[in-house]
Ligand binder design. Structure first.
Ligand code: SF4
Length: 254
């Protein structure tokens, strides 16, 4: 009988790590060799280098290796932004499409899974429903929603397993996105200015080169602002934004 293949998409985020672990535990408990599970990660060089440490520790926790996938067409997100002269807009970020979605689609075509696991948390049931509606070809499994686990629960699970959270969370970011994510708003970019000044300066120069901006100011009229003219105090009272990239793309900068 053909084996039933399942892909767990691991993004180095806390939620996808715990979702993967839950699925692997269920499959192991069944002792049913009809199931074949791949843990796959779309890696991007713009991520924090601590993600390699986190992925290595999760590999031990999972008891299974992680397949690292990379774009065959682009070196990193800078390459995407520079070649397309585009950062982010109402339809989302081109880097998500090229560095994550296209890579995921290629793996799906090769692997032909019967189901796929994504780390939607209990707060994201609506987002999961939207994903199902927009991707009817994907048999989506959401172990975190089934177990009622929130993002905070995922943090606790990882800490309980003795795995230190990825550096971006420890620095105070809500998501383990790339360093200098184009989905970020003013508060996020002012934090990047402090934590990763070289990335801030490089993005500020790129905005001017291609004549595009990431951030908008205020709520009325939403004027755009270049990073090199962004008030360093702007957005400092914002809560950390939830702009998880994962393998999905959900709009641009708020
Ligand atoms: S995390 Fe941000 S910068 Fe990285 S691929 Fe996703 S949208 Fe692009």
């Amino acid at each position: 009988m053909a084996r039933q293949r399942i892909i767990c998409w691991f993004s180095c985020g806390a939620a996808s790590a715990v979702a993967t672990k839950l699925l692997l535990d269920v499959v192991a408990a069944r002792k049913d060799d009809r199931f074949e599970v791949a843990v796959a990660r779309c890696a991007i060089d713009n991520e924090h280098e601590d993600n390699e440490r986190f992925a290595a520790e999760c590999t031990l926790w999972f008891g299974q290796s992680i397949q690292t996938l990379r774009s065959p067409d682009y070196a990193d997100c800078w390459d995407v932004w520079e070649r397309h002269r585009y950062l982010v807009g109402v339809n989302g970020a081109r880097c998500t499409v090229e560095m994550k979605k296209a890579v995921r689609w290629a793996f799906e075509r090769d692997w032909k899974p019967y189901a796929q696991v994504f780390g939607f948390t209990s707060e994201e049931a609506t987002r999961a429903d939207r994903f199902r509606a927009n991707n009817p070809e994907v048999n989506l499994l959401c172990p975190l929603i089934l177990e009622g686990l929130s993002k905070q629960d995922c943090f606790k699970h990882l800490m309980g397993a003795g795995i230190e959270l990825p550096a971006m969370y420890r620095l105070g970011y809500a998501n383990n996105n790339c360093i200098g994510c184009v989905k970020g708003g003013t508060g996020y970019w002012n934090k990047i200015r402090v934590d990763f000044p070289e990335t801030f300066d490089r993005m500020a120069k790129l905005e001017r080169t291609i004549g595009a901006t990431i951030c908008k100011l205020g709520t009325k009229g939403r004027p755009r602002v270049y990073l090199d003219e962004l008030d360093p105090k702007a957005g400092r009272r914002q809560k950390p934004q939830d702009m998880d990239c994962g393998l999905l793309c959900v709009g641009g900068s708020p």
